[in-house]
Design a protein around this ligand. Structure first.
Ligand SMILES: NC(=O)c1ccc[n+]([C@@H]2O[C@H](COP(=O)([O-])OP(=O)(O)OC[C@H]3O[C@@H](n4cnc5c(N)ncnc54)[C@H](O)[C@@H]3O)[C@@H](O)[C@H]2O)c1
Length: 304
């Protein structure tokens, strides 16, 4: 996609972090904005700021775990703007800890937002975009799903998050192949950021009541939370950088989008282990201090 001005961008998780920066970049390119987020107050602030800068904005409080909410967002976009061109299925949450210590509620929340949110977005918006393409021979569309480097690696004490993000990579590759199969004028990309300073380490702020964490967090959950905060807060690539990199990839029609290409060494080692049938490679081989930090928080659980 090369033309942005006057076209319509839909962004979930638009009130903070990467989503907020996608909105800034899209507005700067003259796009009309459809913003969805579960955080009503932050969404209202983002909407006011973007409108004050001259952007045309439709925003709606949505919980992407719920298909009906995503459908309402899509319907409202069509009523207001008659078409959508660029869709960011971006809303996501983080939760860590040893994989056997994640509760059913942890899994339901993380998979609900990170995976089901993207499934709903792909199902609802792709059908809508195909309809737009049938009506307009010059139509161009692009769907960007936010996964993570944790969709290509499996770092320890992040099991539920890893599973959700691997599934998003798989879903987006499947979407890519299916769109090509029918020669649709719609491109797809998967964004795989490494640690970027946003509020992802405060994801618990939007955890729904019915899926609240039961009891105190375990040692592994505390260690994983501390590691996530440290890694995210000390990230050198900003959310604005990731947005710029993402829009470059959209222009160039690139599928895989990376914020930290140097982290791909770990992916190559993982793939080598898969192909050669060796034990899984250490995802933190290049940053052993990350493993040490986790282990330091788990002294009572180490079997040695
Ligand atoms: N920041 C990083 O280091 C990093 C790394 C890899 C991947 N990611 C991914 O980037 C995406 C954006 O996260 P971020 O880092 O900007 O975090 P963030 O917390 O700053 O922003 C996430 C936004 O999603 C919204 N959200 C949460 N649950 C929602 C729901 N159920 N429905 C609708 N909106 C919801 C939040 O309110 C928030 O505005 C996520 O998918 C995350 O997994 C982030």
């Amino acid at each position: 996609m090369n033309q942005f001005e006057g076209r319509v961008a839909v962004i979930t998780g638009a009130a903070s972090g990467l989503g907020r920066e996608f909105a800034n970049t899209a507005a700067g390119l003259g796009m009309k904005l459809v913003l969805g987020d579960v955080d009503a107050a932050a969404l209202e602030r983002a909407t006011d700021e973007l409108q004050a800068g001259g952007a045309e904005v439709l925003s709606m409080v949505v919980d992407v775990r719920k298909c009906a909410h995503v459908e309402e967002l899509a319907d409202a976009a069509m009523i207001r703007f008659h078409c959508v061109h660029l869709v960011f299925n971006n809303a996501g949450v983080g939760a860590g800890g040893l994989v056997w210590e994640n509760s059913e509620a942890d899994w339901e929340w993380v998979l609900g937002v990170n995976l089901w949110g993207v499934i709903h977005g792909v199902r609802v918006f792709t059908n809508m975009m195909l309809e737009c393409a049938r009506r307009d021979p010059g139509y161009e569309g692009h769907i960007v799903n936010t996964a993570s480097m944790a969709g290509l690696l499996n770092p320890p004490a992040m099991g539920a998050y890893n599973v959700s993000k691997h599934a998003v990579v798989s879903l987006t590759e499947s979407l890519y192949h299916d769109l090509r199969l029918v020669d649709a004028p719609i491109a797809a990309s998967v964004l795989c950021p490494y640690f970027v300073p946003t509020d992802i380490d405060r994801s618990y702020r939007h955890r729904p009541h019915e899926l609240e964490h039961e009891g105190a967090p375990t040692a592994s959950q505390q260690a994983a939370q501390a590691l996530l905060s440290k890694a995210v807060r000390s990230g050198k690539v900003s959310a604005a950088d990731v947005s710029r990199i993402t829009f470059e990839a959209i222009r160039e029609g690139r599928f895989y989008i990376y914020s930290h290409p140097q982290a791909l060494d770990g992916v190559a080692e993982r793939m080598n282990a898969i192909v050669h049938g060796t034990q899984p490679a250490d995802p933190y081989a290049a940053t052993p201090q990350m493993t040490q930090m986790l282990k330091a928080g788990l002294t009572e659980q180490l079997f040695r």
